[in-house]
Design a protein. Structure first.
Lengths: 223, 223
DNA sequence: AAAAGTCCTTGATATAAATCAAACGATTAG
DNA sequence: CTAATCGTTTGATTTATATCAAGGACTTTT
């Protein structure tokens, strides 16, 4: 799971911000099929993005927090292809994409910045494909927790404790697992003394152990 | 799996093309860690992109054919984070990214085009997350075959027959399955009269059946 | 404070896919 | 032409996770 310090994103994009918008917990910022007009920089709060199948299966494609940009999925077809749902009361800056493009033509630094944001998302999703295609439940959850706490730490929060904003079911959807498996894996990590879990509260007791689970040593082969 | 007619990509980007490059089957166009300088438009041939873990697990992140653009992963860190391997002798146009950005500032149409290419890749990877997180082996292979034949058809090839450029193992890596499962699933689809398979040759006999597997009807609930 | 609704945990069992193993077919090298 | 290699198929068995089921914990409503 690639990580980036997106916390400075907002600063550089301040100039293109037109207005702000409040989104209450549980509300949609945008939904599948909505016309695409703007990117959104999260100021406060926490979002999930998810897509759903014709037959109703849902896949969470990401969790986003302050300083991160959502809405990039809409550029290609001029319609959004996912739902962005606030998992807690949130505020976003609306950045009309026409403005972003206009200013990007004027300021190469902004242009490069926009390209990096999109490339970062591509690389993040490459990492997700590796997780979903190759890793076991424990590895996926370890990677998820490390990524989440790293991003929170970059925003000034603890590097070991956090309050999850999402349910076990949402974590499971993101990681390609069922909620029972998430729960069992939390319990396993807790039993092993690697984390402490109490509902939405998670404390990482042994970050090195967690990293080892995520990056297991290859088996030593003789000669 | 989202699809797009990327066949026109090259035309619009013709102006930024500096030079061409031949890549022999099995050779790397670029590799993980290489400095990022350029995007590449495939003129002829077929590529895979893949990433690998510290412990050696490999994940194929995409298969690319004529008209498609590779190298977007390198923008964010100025280094490539995946390997691009030619699965058959290929020729690419090298598009130095500095040129792409310069001309994008000059021509809004090109700027929009570049943004759409990146957004399309993000949306494609969202679809892959849905596949890897939610679908069964048969559904994944059906989606894969439909996507592949659709892209080939957009390039003037048959809409029912194709020669696969990749091994069962590479398909498996892409779809998060083992090669034996790919082989068994091919056999299953063949036994069901939906496709005809003979090594790398695949013919789709019942495209509607294949689409039904990909998009299974939700169970009819009473009332 | 009781009731209702979510969300979470844990146990028992089922299942899809992985793994292990062997043989087969196609292609390449000698 | 034969051997060797690589990719593929198929069978037997194992395993990780899903599914089904029940109860527990917290939160909100009344």
């Amino acid at each position: 799971m690639p990580v980036g310090l997106e916390i400075t994103d907002m600063k550089k994009l301040d100039e293109v911000v037109a207005t702000r918008k409040q989104v209450k917990q549980g509300q949609l910022l945008f939904g599948n099929g909505d016309a695409f007009t703007s990117l959104y920089a999260i100021r406060t709060g926490f979002f999930k993005t998810c897509i759903s199948n014709e037959d109703g299966r849902e896949q969470v494609t990401g969790f986003q927090m302050a300083g991160e940009i959502i809405g990039l999925d809409g550029i290609v077809t001029d319609r959004h292809s996912c739902n962005a749902v606030a998992l807690e009361d949130a505020e976003v800056c609306i950045m009309p994409f026409a403005n972003v493009e206009e200013l990007s033509r004027e300021f190469p630094v902004l242009q490069r910045h926009v390209h990096k944001i999109m490339s970062r998302e591509i690389v993040r999703e490459n990492g997700m494909m590796m997780m979903l295609g190759n890793m076991r439940a424990e590895e996926r959850l370890a990677a998820f927790l490390l990524n989440l706490v790293q991003r929170l730490h970059a925003r000034g929060f603890s590097q070991s404790e956090m309050i999850l904003r999402m349910t076990r079911e949402e974590i499971g959807s993101y990681l390609g697992l069922k909620l029972e498996t998430i729960s069992r894996t939390f319990s396993k990590l807790s039993d092993d003394g690697i984390i402490e879990v109490k509902q939405r509260y998670v404390k990482i007791l042994a970050p090195e152990e967690l990293r080892k689970i995520y990056n297991p040593q290859p088996c030593q082969t003789s000669i």
